[in-house]
Design a protein around this ligand. Sequence first.
Ligand code: ATP
Length: 133
Amino acid sequence: MSSFPLRIGTPDGLLFEGDAERLVCRTITGDLAVLAGHCNYCTAIGMGEAHVVFEDGTTRYAACIGGMLSVMDGTCRVLATTWEWKEDIDKNRAEEAKKRAEERLSRQGLTDQEYANATAKLHRALVRLSVKQ
Ligand code: ATP
C-alpha cells in the first residue's frame, strides 16, 4: 500500500513527522480516513479516537480532541488541540475527570456554560478511557 507524509502537532509541539499508510480521525462531520492520493482538503477535528497505520503494518492509537486537519499536495497535517498517544494517557486521571464531570452534571441549577463545560470534560474523559482500554 502507498504511504503519504504525515505531521501531527499540538500547540505544545510536533508529536510525529513521517510516513503513514492511513490516518483515521474523528472530524466534526464524522470519521475521516486519509490515504495516499487524498485530494486537497481541510476540516475541523471533533473529539474521538484516532489511529495511524504505518508502513510496517503497526498501528498507533490516540485520543484526538479539537483542532484542524489539512491535506495539501499529498501531505497531511494535523494540528490538534489535544493529541495523546494511547501509551501517554493516564487512565486514573481520566477516571477521576469522568467522576468529577458526572458529579457536576448531577447538580441542580447549572448555568448553560457550566453545563457545556462539564459535558465537554466528560466527553474528553470518555474518549481517553475508550482509547486506553
Ligand atoms: P483534567 O480535569 O484531568 O485536567 P481535562 O479534560 O480538563 O482533564 P484538558 O484540559 O483536556 O484536561 O487537558 C489539559 C492537559 O492535560 C493537556 O495537555 C492534556 O493532554 C493533558 N491531559 C488531560 N487528561 C489527561 C490524561 N488522562 N492523560 C494524559 N494527559 C492528559
